[in-house]
Design a protein around this ligand. Sequence first.
Ligand SMILES: [Zn+2]
Length: 613
Amino acid sequence: MNPVKYIFSYSEPQKHLIDIEFIAENINGDETTIQLPAWRPGRYELGNFAKNVKQFFPQDKKGNPLTFHKATKDCWKINTKNVSTLHIKYNYYAVELNAGSSFLDDKQLYVNPVNCCVYIPERMNEACEVELKIPNNYIVATSLKPDTPPIPIAIGTSPQESTFMRKTLPFGERWRGVASNYHELADSPFIASPTIQHNLFVMDGVEFNLWFQGECKPNWSKLINDFFIFINEQFVTMKGVTPTNEYHFLFHILPYRFYHGVEHLSSTVIALGPSYEVMRGDSFLELLSISSHELFHAWNIKAIRPAEMHPYDYTKENYSRLGFVCEGVTTYYGDFFLYRSGIYSDFEVNRALSKHLQNHFDNFGRYNLSVADSSFDSWLDGYTEIVPHRKTSIYSEGCLIAFMTDLMIRKYSNNERSLDDVMLHLYNEFAKKEKGYTEVDYKTTVEQMTGHSFDEFFRNYVYKANSYENALIECIEYVGFQLHTSFSKKYHERHYGIKVSETTPATKVIAIYPNSVAEKAGIQLNDEIISINGYQIKNNLTEWSKYLGQPAFANASEDKSEVTLIVNNTGKTRIITFTPSSEDYYKTYFIQKTSTPTEAQKKNFNAWSKRKF
Ligand SMILES: [Zn+2]
């Protein structure tokens, strides 16, 4: 039987409309259901991609139009009486460029198939063929298998640095790739462009490809050296069991600041910017961190997957309370692999963990909705805070839960077992057997590692809205870490109780400390601060608030005189007056090694980090 076929082409890329042809043979039945996904794996909220479909023309083999009607927002019922081959011509508006979207312009055709590939629900297990009608100088970056082997061309001299580039087929032909079923197709994005830069290396029989699209000067030796190191650490952790024998990192490097990654079966798309920063300093560490995170997803979520998403149902919400495992454990390991393999310094891993601590303590949602319930509700209000302090984060709280779980397993098993063993067990017992795991399976696996009950921990921290402070202090003490708290260095955070954005041209209120003097005086989220005591604010509230609050002369007490803010919100100005509080509102949280570790702490730290204390 011929595979279901998808042909991608375009005529006027500046209009961002991708022309797609869907061809399915062996149609039987008077009516055929056609579905487009309503969401994409990796983002647990509805995307409603059908809103980007502009034209939809189903026809038979001879080009005769077929009548149809829509059954839901993304489901079409097509009249296929006496039709053997269904040929649908439709187009998709692709103007958004991020790690999970599709985008077309005169420089590239970038497709995340789950956005725009329709399917016949009862035929999702059939093989799919993709054909791209693209200019002959375009290179295709993807994990889809090309039906004609790529032509290897040596481009480097150093055996470690360079191997070969892949080319598209010669002029006059078309690029074709295959996926073994719809799920694989949906999880195999591709970028076709004449400007892609590529390199690869092989580790333990697995081919790792690095593709860079956009303005970028890849530092190949640094990239391959560091990727080799953290990937090796992931292989060691998972005892060499790999879900794929070929993996592709697809980078979109953008000219502006950007940070977004999406995991797939055998690939990831990572969008980062700005171009001039990504190969150096902290931005390069961010590139490594997100790459490590997304690669670990090839195990955790792509293979080890909650039962309620096994398989994915693209038509509706796939509710799960296990986001603290899918994203939390992956967030923890993403950075931890960099540390354990020696790429991150002590400072860098502490900074990474402390970012999640800070998020936790700044967010009063910790007292409102548990991380498990927040995972479930990602389908309700997505990834941006709509109601202040309503939810917690499967990334930050999830990472802290994973961190504590790891340390507790190590403690109860006297360093014999760890979260590594939990993930390996889930891989062997569920992923390999093509089964999903449940909340009970996860907790049971954790408990099996130690013979110790985790009832209390799960009840109090995973399933209850709670501050993690006490549990964290207790857990991190095992490896000689301490939780440090200090007052926010920003006067307005400490004594007014507001945080403002530092990156936008306008100084906007982005967080308000509950019951602070500023809140009681009537400040609101998104208020733009225009002036303080009559002086214009232009991204310098930090300086002005500090100045106004400092003592007038040495040995004088802090100046707690009343301050007056003029704020603008939705075109209306208001005057807000309050006296800075003597109470301390926002604080800064970070973890650090103790200066007086015990021998046991040193030993535990060494077992955890593979480093000396
Ligand atoms: Zn993730």
